[in-house]
Design a protein around this ligand. Structure first.
Ligand code: F6R
Length: 244
């Protein structure tokens, strides 16, 4: 059963999500966190930085694993997810850089990189709390709609609509990479707890479909209905077709 936390607006969603993440770190200082990029969690990261500066949270024992990275972009590329995480979170909190993991977008051998990434998560003891956003087509991480759920960490061929949505960060569509490395559904579903964040009416339809529709690999987020501890933290606009 999905728990739903209804927030007033983006700011309220961000604070509520930050509260859950911060409670996780207070209860288990060496938590393994699964993190997402994109516009949605930026407010949550800002709030966490603020609480860190006030001395309310200590990230020194935390490990983090990001969901995904573009293939072909190195750490310093302005649109790489590594750079995004440094700029929006890691540079401003005390997570030990040795404990920060993001798939390597310029690996020599991508199959090896995918296997190693999964092994590192397993060695860390699995993910305690996974933060997710949701794409307009229902993707989580970069698990795009397709005929089956992709279990393992893998190379994804990004859909046109995903590249178009993300072209807002790049100069033009042609500059958006065509491939990405994404954590697979197996690892995401093995996370002990998941929070799925959504804000704005443009997410309402896909969020509703994911929460209540049939479990369908063409709506990748629908698999989350099977997770034993998932909380949707969404604002009123994203929950408008929800009737609650
Ligand atoms: C990012 C990720 C993606 C985003 C999704 C929503 O690491 O995994 O699944 O969560 O594309 O993006 P925004 O938040 O920009 O709407």
């Amino acid at each position: 059963m999905m728990k739903i936390i209804k927030a007033k607006d983006y700011k309220d969603m961000s604070r509520k999500a930050a509260n859950i993440l911060s409670a996780q770190v207070i209860l288990k200082p060496d938590s393994v966190l699964g993190l997402a990029t994109g516009s949605t969690p930026i407010g949550m990261y800002k709030q966490l930085i603020d609480w860190y500066r006030k001395g309310d949270i200590d990230f020194s024992k935390v490990s983090t694993f990001n969901l995904d990275e573009y293939v072909g972009l190195d750490d310093s590329h302005p649109q790489s997810y590594r750079k995004f995480m440094q700029d929006n979170f890691f540079n401003d909190v005390n997570i030990n850089s040795d404990n920060i993991y993001i798939p390597n977008g310029i690996a020599n051998n991508y199959d090896c990189e995918c296997r190693n990434y999964e092994n590192r998560i397993a060695l860390a003891g699995g993910i305690d709390l996974q933060v997710l956003g949701i794409g307009h087509n229902g993707h989580i991480g970069f698990n795009e709609p397709k005929e089956h759920f992709e279990r393992d960490t893998h190379i994804v061929c990004l859909k046109y609509e995903t590249r178009k949505a993300n072209s807002r960060f790049f100069g033009k569509l042609d500059d958006v990479p065509r491939h990405a490395i994404s954590m697979g559904m197996g690892i995401i579903m093995k996370a002990k707890r998941i929070i799925l964040l959504a804000s704005g009416e443009r997410k309402a339809e896909i969020l509703h479909k994911s929460m209540y529709g049939k479990i369908d690999p063409y709506v990748p987020a629908s698999i989350l209905q099977l997770h034993p501890d998932i909380t949707v933290v969404a604002d009123e606009n994203a929950l408008q077709s929800d009737g609650i």
